[in-house]
Design a protein around this ligand. Structure first.
Ligand SMILES: NC(=O)c1ccc[n+]([C@@H]2O[C@H](COP(=O)([O-])OP(=O)(O)OC[C@H]3O[C@@H](n4cnc5c(N)ncnc54)[C@H](O)[C@@H]3O)[C@@H](O)[C@H]2O)c1
Length: 381
């Protein structure tokens, strides 16, 4: 089976996540990176050429790339968008209009109107559109989702999802951090700071694992660092569609041992599950009135969805690269089978839901944390 021809926008020299995408895409040999517009600086096209076989396919601008690649018989089939957030919409729109499928970074767009337009365009053109919610690729996250669906937790009663970082605890955006500079600028990041950057991962995990949507939320967003235009610390209560309660705490200013302290505790009337992404091979299940069980990726007795997302034997750790690699593998499976099997937690509908979450949280916080109905996504979920 020949590899799918991949193009990339963003992810040039000094970028954080582009190199993670390139590694993840290569893991299973199902993609070949053949073209890119890797940088905001057109003159950097030469540096990007080192990343691909044909230097002529490193373009100075994404529009030049999409135009040229759409004309080629062997042009790119999927574009990974790994730029700051404000470019997700224009790049994705241009790719879809040229008939090219998209894997877009989160948050999907700057507002719900853009997000819905992208979803509609992908649907009209019958093109695959995935959103890179990396954490849904972890085998033990898939195990948790399978356990919930199998009724092993009983009726869900509640969930707490936390994402704790501290790298924005000081005004590093003023000190030359590129990643911090765009993430704290509403024109480039969108209306949510920490909310859009990592709060959306929390909401996506809540929905992906429980299978439930939120119907209302009460949010308190704060910019802790003086002068910062966007929130950096987010506390949200949510009501889920089955009557369960949930909480999200996402922060980029809380010093802690964990540096990407994403974890969840989800519980029902039969048992509870706990998982933390800094030890992603482990999942704890505690039945009501019983002893806790420590489950391990790669060991026996797991659901098929967790087994299918596992590459290495138990004890050889898998983590971040493999989680994103799983999203690429899911796309390749979907692609080659042309099945309509949904991508787990990484569909365009999940991206739209993330933007609806951001917008609802901002409305609530501006109303002094009032309970606010979730803005409808208006697309199939
Ligand atoms: N899914 C995840 O787990 C995850 C993790 C990290 C980042 N992200 C997302 O990935 C995206 C990139 O984040 P990052 O931390 O890598 O940012 P970054 O600042 O490190 O990298 C951004 C890259 O985009 C390039 N770029 C900017 N404008 C461009 C243009 N007009 N044309 C082509 N390239 C352009 C920059 O030159 C740079 O190479 C963001 O949307 C972020 O939210 C997602």
């Amino acid at each position: 089976m020949r590899p799918i021809r991949l193009g990339m926008v963003g992810g040039g020299a000094g970028a954080f996540f582009g190199p993670v995408h390139r590694t993840a895409a290569r893991l299973d040999g199902r993609f070949e990176l053949v073209a890119g517009a890797f940088s905001s600086r057109p003159e950097a096209a030469g540096e990007g050429a080192a990343l691909i076989a044909d230097a002529a396919r490193s373009y100075p601008h994404y529009r030049a790339m999409i135009e040229a690649e759409a004309r080629r018989e062997d042009g790119v089939e999927l574009i990974a968008i790994v730029t700051p957030n404000h470019l997700h919409y224009p790049v994705a729109k241009a790719a879809l209009e040229a008939g090219i499928a998209v894997l877009c970074e989160k948050p999907l767009a700057l507002d719900l109107e853009q997000a819905r337009e992208l979803a509609a365009l992908a649907s009209e053109r019958d093109l695959l559109f995935a959103v890179a919610y990396t954490y849904t690729g972890y085998p033990m996250v898939r195990q948790a989702a399978a356990m919930v669906r199998a009724g092993e937790l009983g009726t869900l009663r509640g969930a707490q999802i936390r994402y704790v970082q501290d790298w924005l605890a000081t005004p590093v955006e003023a000190g030359g951090s590129k990643q911090a500079a765009w993430r704290t600028d509403p024109r480039l990041a969108g209306p949510g700071g920490c909310l859009g950057d990592i709060g959306t991962h929390c909401y996506n995990l809540l929905h992906s694992v429980t299978g439930l949507n939120a119907v209302a939320l009460a949010a308190d967003l704060q910019a802790s660092v003086p002068g910062r235009a966007l929130d950096d610390d987010v506390q949200i209560m949510l009501r889920l569609e089955n009557g369960a309660r949930a909480g999200i705490w996402a922060t980029q200013v809380a010093p802690a041992v964990a540096k990407n302290g994403l974890d969840f505790h989800i519980y029902g009337d039969k048992g509870g599950l706990e998982w933390a992404q800094e030890a992603p091979d482990l999942l704890r299940f505690t039945p009501v009135g019983g002893n806790s069980v420590l489950m391990r990726r790669g060991a026996g007795g797991l659901h098929p969805a967790a087994v299918a997302a596992t590459r290495l034997p138990a004890g050889h750790p898998e983590a971040y690269f493999e989680a994103l690699g799983q999203l690429y593998r899911d796309i390749a499976e979907h692609w080659t089978q042309r099945s309509r099997a949904p991508l787990f937690g990484a569909r365009v509908a999940d991206g739209v839901a993330g933007i609806a979450f951001v917008e609802t949280a901002i409305v609530s916080s501006r109303s002094n944390g009032a309970w606010t109905a979730m803005i409808p996504q208006a697309i199939a979920n």
